[in-house]
Design a protein around this ligand. Sequence first.
Ligand code: PEP
Ligand code: MN
Length: 364
Amino acid sequence: MILVLRRGLEDSQVAQVYEHLTNLGLAGQSVRSGQHTLIVLQDDAGQLPTHFFSQVESVERVLRLQSRCPLAINRGSVSIKFPGGAVIGGGTPIAIAGPCSVEGQVQTMHLAKQVQAAGASLLRGGAYKPRTSPYDFQGLGLEALHYLREAKEATGMPVVSEVMSPEQVERAEPFVDMYQIGSRNMYSYELLKEVGRSRIPVLLKRAMSATIDEFLQAAEYIMSEGNLQVVFCERGIRTFETHTRNTLDLSAVAALKSMTNLPVIVDPSHATGRREMIRPMSRAAIACGADGLIVEVHDDPCKAVSDGAQAITPAALRDVIADMHAISNVVKACDNGFALDDRPAMVSLALPRDCRPTGVTERS
Ligand code: PEP
Ligand code: MN
């Protein structure tokens, strides 16, 4: 376990933390990391609940170092940069959008242009589809990858697409800018190792029954092979609830953000299975710190070959993305110390510049 102390502490305050540790019968060693002092606790402290320390005022964060995940946890700030300028984890939230399945050349090109016009930065589209039933549409495979590449050439948008086997990793490499590891394959360790050997960023989706620790260890599989460009995606977990397709576990976003510096995005489509819930869940995801969204979009959702019930139209995506930026601005304002009486200014800040009421000034 590692205690990350607040910046700029006096020696006496650090000494107080040590005193607290001694009272608990613990010993630790301090290490400087940038502007922070870290106290690395002995192995046996790993059994203690983190709230033992989070109530100590000088402690900013407690990192439970599953020492099995040294790369996924406790790295410097990570942002994933794509050719053309899109960045995941750079402080401005991004949207990845597109159809669940690539259905054809015209559809892919048309949707790519529409999601880009709505504000999406990356294009998603399934070429190899992990379907629950073997009788359902399995994806257009290589043909779909060609359509995605054409759409990328036309729009400049980087492409995200799922690979389900080590062989598909090599096949998809010339066509994709980010591999997606789907929920059903988060435990496919040979697949994780294979994308780990590539240098293409990986979008790692949480398995529907994975604990956060298992999710982290799946990222560690990728990173231990040398590929450090991993983005976590919370896409809902399976619970007793049947109203929604899955249950969106937003606490996983906050947990991952506190434990790792890798970007975390949210998939409100698979999390809910219901298009009317995508906008509210997207708002919540950004409010709790997600670095972006991946949303299924179709120009005629009722006719989609897969997951139509959870797809929104490009017009609806525009609203989701506007909300995403507005809420991100409010979160940043809160982080920068807005006080309660600044609320009108915060609301104003969230509005597009030309909609702000006059007379409300921005704080720098
Ligand atoms: C998908 O993104 O289309 C998909 C199948 O997602 P998941 O692996 O989260 O079910
Ligand atoms: Mn889907």
